[in-house]
Design a protein around this ligand. Structure first.
Ligand code: NAD
Length: 501
């Protein structure tokens, strides 16, 4: 393990965290995998190993589910009142905020992302979301109903519905926003009174383990949050098919999401799935080309394009297409590529060698099928998992680079003629997570919004997320919504009570 290169770039808290040995959190204790196996964690900017964590499997998942079940059915958590759950979540938010810089550094070293982005997006949104969900803990309501029961005309009834916590939640998350994605699941679970078994991605387990320490410091009873590190095919699959969980909430690829969904259905485990995307950016002819280019650059290159809602297909009206592509390519070429710990970095590495190879092979496939690179088009450097910010033109809707999620800093750009045509093209993938429209022509914007099959439509912005706004996908981008009041439904069951009086 070599942490020397990082030591003078990060706070003492981060150095101390990486120097300790790392364990999983099960039933309030830090433990190793029963098998003793461990997995290596690498910094994607220099490829060096920075830690090892337990490689948990089915046996560890079993223990974590038992602990979560016990905490859900018995003990302090079971008896805790909503206002106490609210206070605990607020305390957790305060602790994450107090440790924001170190949390951001951990995320940056583990995932490769810019430490500034980690601090002001990942960590800030996590704090904000915990606070937002804390407020809901005391506002979970059912209804009172006047029932008619036509077959019992002489009886009187009192009827109401209760919202009850769904139970033990299995949460599996991806590596692109490790802390934030975990928070999106923990927030509503803890607000509603559920207990959790969290499985972070094998590439990026570190911030979840640090969060586990803060969860303990906040005073959550043992077993309320369990964190099992391990591979998807073992720990993740064991959690998805476990008969002891009541709900599975998954963020990751559509391919794995389908497997998780099928496994969960065997036990009628409740499911929510946040999956992939191939989001369109639609630029109307009234848009200032420089604004469109800057907007598209930030839509695709933010977090090195490893964003489920990244704007990865650019449709520009043919009148301004050349100008937008030229401005965008200039921006791409000038981007500072480097380690996330360097404050001047604008584009960090991809998370792993496998992801870098996958992205490069997509670029190659586009070029083989006739596309040309207006900028980028290859790996950047020879150490670290960097890919040049890439804009592909001369593409057509049949190409894999237009249809499939690349999950890297690669944009395909196409000219269009009219609004109906661009709406049809925008919808012409299996995904439906998000879209953005760039125009100040309100009438045309409002006519376009209902035509776009996506869970979020931004206008003159992209990648703007807020705790109060539901987020999720149409079509194969997923099932259910994270954030907003809506997400409470996914963590509660509705119970109808009818009393004859
Ligand atoms: P992935 O599907 O490979 O892995 C996601 C998680 O699933 C990881 O924790 C992994 O260990 C686990 N996993 C893998 N195989 C499993 C199995 N057989 N059973 C159970 N769990 C398993 O995805 P990824 O490559 O880590 O993440 C990138 C994907 O995530 C992209 O498609 C991206 O669009 C999507 N994503 C979606 C959202 C959203 O909110 N819609 C947010 C972030 C990322």
């Amino acid at each position: 393990m070599d942490f020397t290169a990082h030591s003078n770039l990060v706070t003492a808290d981060t150095v101390a965290f990486f120097k300790q040995s790392h364990h999983m959190l099960i039933d309030g204790k830090w433990v190793d995998a029963i098998s003793g196996a461990r997995l290596e964690v690498h910094d994607p900017a220099d490829e060096k190993q920075i830690a090892t964590v337990p490689a948990g499997d089915q046996h560890d998942i079993d223990l974590a589910v038992i602990a979560a079940r016990k905490a859900f059915e018995l003990g302090d958590w079971h008896h805790m009142r909503p206002a106490q759950r609210e206070r605990l979540l607020l305390k957790l938010a305060d602790l994450v905020e107090a440790n924001a810089q170190s949390m951001a550094e951990i995320e940056s070293i583990d995932n490769g992302k810019s430490v500034t982005v980690a601090r002001y997006v990942d960590v800030a949104l996590t704090v904000d979301f915990f606070r937002y969900m804390a407020g809901w803990a005391t506002k979970i309501e059912g209804t009172t109903n006047d029932v008619s029961a036509p077959f019992a005309p002489k009886n009187k009834f009192v009827a109401f519905t209760r919202k009850e916590p769904v139970g033990v939640v299995g949460a599996i998350v991806a590596w692109n926003f490790p802390l934030l994605l975990a928070a999106w699941k923990l927030g509503p679970a803890l607000a509603t009174g559920c207990t959790v078994v969290l499985k972070p991605a094998e590439q990026t387990p570190m911030s979840a383990l640090r969060l586990g320490e803060l969860i303990q410091e906040a005073g959550y009873p043992a077993g309320v949050v369990n964190i099992v590190t391990g591979y998807g095919h073992s720990a993740g699959a064991a959690l998805a098919r476990h008969p002891g969980i009541d709900k599975i909430t998954f963020t990751g690829s559509t391919e794995v999401g389908k497997m998780v969904g099928k496994a969960a259905l065997e036990n009628m485990t409740r499911i929510s799935l946040e999956l992939g995307g191939k989001s369109p950016i639609i630029v109307l002819d009234d848009c200032d080309p420089a604004v469109a280019a800057a907007g598209a650059a930030s839509a695709i290159f933010f977090n090195a394009g490893q964003v489920c809602c990244a704007g990865s297909r650019l449709y520009v009206h043919k009148k301004i297409f050349d100008r937008v592509v030229s401005d965008l390519s200039d921006l791409a070429v000038k981007m500072k590529v480097g380690s996330g710990l360097d404050p001047s970095t604008e584009l960090g590495p991809l998370v792993s060698r496998a992801q870098m190879d996958r992205v490069c092979s997509y670029i190659d496939s586009g070029i083989e099928q006739g596309a040309s690179a207006a900028s980028g088009g290859a790996r950047f450097g020879s150490t670290g998992f960097f890919v040049q910010p890439t804009v592909l033109v001369d593409v057509n809707p049949m190409m894999r680079v237009v249809q499939e999620e690349i999950f890297g800093p690669v944009l395909v750009a196409m000219p269009y003629d009219d609004l109906d045509q661009v709406a049809a093209w925008a919808n012409d993938t299996t995904y439906g997570l998000s879209a953005s429209i760039w125009s100040n022509d309100l009438s045309r914007v409002h006519r376009l919004i209902p035509k776009i099959k996506a869970g979020t439509v931004w206008v003159n912005c992209h990648n703007i997320l807020d705790s109060a706004m539901p987020f999720g996908g149409y079509k194969q981008s997923g099932m259910g919504r994270e954030m907003g009041k809506t997400c409470l439904d996914a963590y509660t069951e509705s119970k109808s009570v009818i009393m004859s009086v």
